[in-house]
Write a protein that binds this ligand. Structure first.
Ligand SMILES: [Fe+2]
Length: 388
């Protein structure tokens, strides 16, 4: 995140002697992105970070993609995605390219191991359920509507309340951050931004574990998963400071930008990353020009595959879409409201829709799971009526 945060105990100066009550040194670790050139934090451990007792290869985690076939609009029904075990194990990749992997996860239990994605940021958008994200940076409670953003390199463990949590997941080998146009040259959010630093929740409670034993950490890197067994608890941090840590933004805190006439998708932008953006469609008042058409105009998103995860409410411009569906409007053809939807939107004062959109600048491929969930009738929802 573009602001500094710290928790726990720290020595006054970086890279100086910092000792435990028994006189031994704490072990300093710098965790930074892009070598030493981007955001970073310094952590102080009870144990030496490189200690690994046992390693095991758990195999490839590269999403297996299939032939796309002729270019067409597609939709996928994820409401009935199988209920899996813990959140990481339950995750099902649906769409992928070199910049991002999009998926869903329905989890029935908390993690009993630790996980670290060393090749990508992970964003878990909470559609249903609540719980706690525990990490070496401290604890973060999460609830419905939260974007949980976890930087590369963070060791974490998700605990869920109850036994059915539903997530839309975004995994990308770049940073997720507030759009640059929302920030000043110092990184501070500007007045025209649809949210501010107060809306960002940061780790609040640091739990320092010094117990010894056997602790399993699964590490994703080089598109594979490795299992490490440590002889110390991975949350052994006594203090840390910096800009790199997990954080949460709730979609309800996104203040919609509205106008007299239809506002374009960039007003919904929530985050940027390398070669894609994340947008939030939230309940809002509609356009107030006397002749306004609240439904969007047809648009050819040249250079952008548009993916929308529909969470709640009626989506004003869509037919054939249910809760938890994902639509895919790939670049190469125009899309817009289905027959009758434009007329139906006229005179409407507000929408209760809630959806998360990801626009990628390069085409996404489908996995076999996406084919399994596909609603093949979606493309023909534009064929009703005369087409005028
Ligand atoms: Fe669109």
């Amino acid at each position: 995140m573009p602001f500094y945060h710290k928790l726990g105990q720290l020595p006054h100066k970086r890279h100086t002697q910092f000792r435990k009550p028994n006189g031994e040194l704490y072990r300093e670790e710098l965790m930074g992105l892009e070598g030493f050139s981007s955001i970073q934090s310094i952590l102080y451990h009870n144990f030496l970070p490189p200690r690994v007792k046992h390693t095991e290869d758990l195999g490839s985690r590269l999403p297996e993609t299939v032939d796309f076939g002729p270019i067409r609009h597609r939709a996928f029904r994820t409401a009935d995605a199988p209920l899996g075990t813990d959140p990481v194990a339950a995750r099902i990749p649906l769409l992928a390219n070199r910049d991002v992997i999009l998926g869903v996860a329905r989890a029935s239990q908390s993690m009993d191991y630790f996980y670290r994605n060393a090749q990508a940021y992970e964003t878990w958008w909470v559609h249903e359920g609540s719980g706690i994200l525990k990490s070496q940076f401290g604890n973060l409670k999460f609830r419905k509507g939260d974007y949980i953003v976890i930087p590369f390199g963070t060791a974490w463990q998700m605990h869920i309340d109850g036994n059915d949590a539903r997530f839309f997941t975004i995994e990308n080998p770049s940073q997720i951050e507030p759009p640059k146009r929302y920030r000043n040259e110092f990184g501070q959010m500007l007045e025209h931004a649809p949210y501010s630093e107060r809306d960002i929740r940061v780790p609040e409670k640091l739990e320092t574990h010094t117990e010894r034993g056997e602790f399993e950490v699964r590490i994703k890197v080089r598109d594979s998963l490795s299992k490490h067994v440590l002889d110390y608890h991975p949350f052994d941090v006594v203090g840390w400071d910096g800009y790199l840590y997990p954080w949460i933004f709730n979609i309800e805190d996104f203040e919609p930008i509205t106008g007299r006439v239809h506002q374009p998708p960039p007003v919904h932008q929530t985050f940027q990353a390398h070669n894609f953006v994340v947008c939030s469609f939230v309940p809002r008042l509609f356009d107030y020009h006397p002749d306004s058409i609240p439904a969007p105009y047809n648009h050819s998103n040249v250079n952008s595959d548009e993916i929308i995860y529909y969470a709640e409410g009626d989506f004003m411009s869509r037919k054939g879409i249910d809760r938890c569906d994902i639509s895919m409007h790939p670049y190469g053809l125009a899309h817009g409201p289905q027959p009758g939807m434009t007329e139906a939107s006229i005179g409407k004062k507000e929408t209760k829709e809630l959806a998360v959109m990801v626009d990628t600048f390069y085409p996404l491929n489908l996995t076999g799971h996406a084919l399994e969930y596909e609603k093949p009738e979606y493309m023909s929802t534009w064929l009703e009526g005369t087409g005028e």
